[in-house]
Write a protein that binds this ligand. Structure first.
Ligand code: MN
Length: 318
């Protein structure tokens, strides 16, 4: 009932505005960009006259799968509602125009932190499979209908965030998938595109496999910005290549430390095989996320050793 109330409050807020901008997080991933587009499709299905904009960049492997983001120029001249998806902290919203939104609503699945305690409009299912899983439940709570376009985007978010169901085998996750594939969606195309690589990416993989290192408990890689910039890649193109270090026998943790394009900070990606809690690691070093998938930021190379020491010493990250 309480969940219904939260969903209802957001739906009522949507009704109050003619203009809506949907925001995702910095370094957007498949779940984030498809959650934004699923929400847009849902709102347009019920309120075709509302003007709904999607903000944010699109990662390279999704450019052939999802609609372009919208030009926010016109939106910014009017009063608008901001809907933030796959976000549990305003500081992580990618487009800064959220600051001028009349109200902000959040739909999310990250482990809760205090950053949203002053925002009354939020609906979340903590640590569920994907933000699109939360939107799916939002739709069910409100007794709304799914169409092909909504199903398509919900499915992309589900399979990207669960890594094709490797990270989540809950009954509810598969029930959602079962319903979505009954719609007219080209799942073969989705699978083909999300694993697409180019030659630059193959060269980056060579770098990964020649430069990974070990601490006592983690397999990790440090990536100076020159290594991806010289291949014409962006930081957000290579971060998900962390999967290359997954599940090495004897190592429950694997990490990427990527120097950002401005050289001022380091993007950290933390993963575990599900037996260790990397969210705890991330929270200690300017980050957050999920039990076995988290991220964070460091501000100097020397801090990397501190993270590794923390991972190596902490025997009960579980
Ligand atoms: Mn997500």
């Amino acid at each position: 009932m309480e969940e219904y109330k939260k969903a209802f409050n957001i739906w009522e807020a949507i009704k109050r505005y003619d203009n809506i901008i949907i925001y995702g997080h910095v370094n957007p991933d498949g779940d984030c960009v498809s959650s934004a587009r699923a929400m847009k499709a849902l709102i347009k299905e019920y309120f075709p006259n509302k003007v709904v904009y999607v903000a944010g960049t699109i990662p390279f492997n999704l450019t052939n799968l999802v609609n372009q983001s919208d030009d926010l120029f016109l939106a910014k001249r009017k009063e608008y509602l901001g809907i933030c998806v796959d976000l549990n902290d305003v500081k992580r919203i990618e487009d800064s125009s959220y600051e001028d939104a009349k109200e902000l609503a959040f739909i999310d699945h990250h482990i809760t932190n205090d950053a949203l305690k002053n925002y009354p409009l939020y609906y979340k299912i903590v640590d569920s499979a994907s933000c699109t899983f939360v939107i799916y439940n939002f739709i069910k709570d409100l007794n709304l209908k799914i169409n092909d376009e909504i199903a398509y985007y919900l499915y992309i978010g589900l399979i990207t965030d669960t890594n094709r169901f490797l990270n989540n085998s809950n009954i509810e996750t598969f029930k959602m998938a079962e319903e979505l594939v009954s719609f007219n969606i080209d799942t073969k195309k989705i699978y083909r595109e999300i694993d697409k690589v180019n030659e630059a990416m193959i060269k980056f993989r060579v770098f990964v496999y020649t430069n990974y290192k070990f601490s006592k408990k983690a397999c990790y890689l440090i990536v100076p910005k020159e290594e991806y910039l010289k291949l014409g890649l962006k930081q957000n193109d290579i971060s998900h290549e962390i999967k290359l270090l997954a599940n090495l026998n004897g190592y429950h943790y694997w990490c990427f430390f990527i120097e950002n394009e401005d050289g001022k900070s380091i993007r950290c990606e933390y993963r575990s095989d599900g037996s260790k809690n990397v969210q705890k690691v991330a929270c200690r070093f300017n980050g957050g996320g999920h039990y076995s998938e988290s991220g964070g930021t460091l501000y100097s190379i020397s801090e990397i050793q501190k993270v590794l020491d923390y991972i190596d010493c902490d025997d009960d990250n579980s």
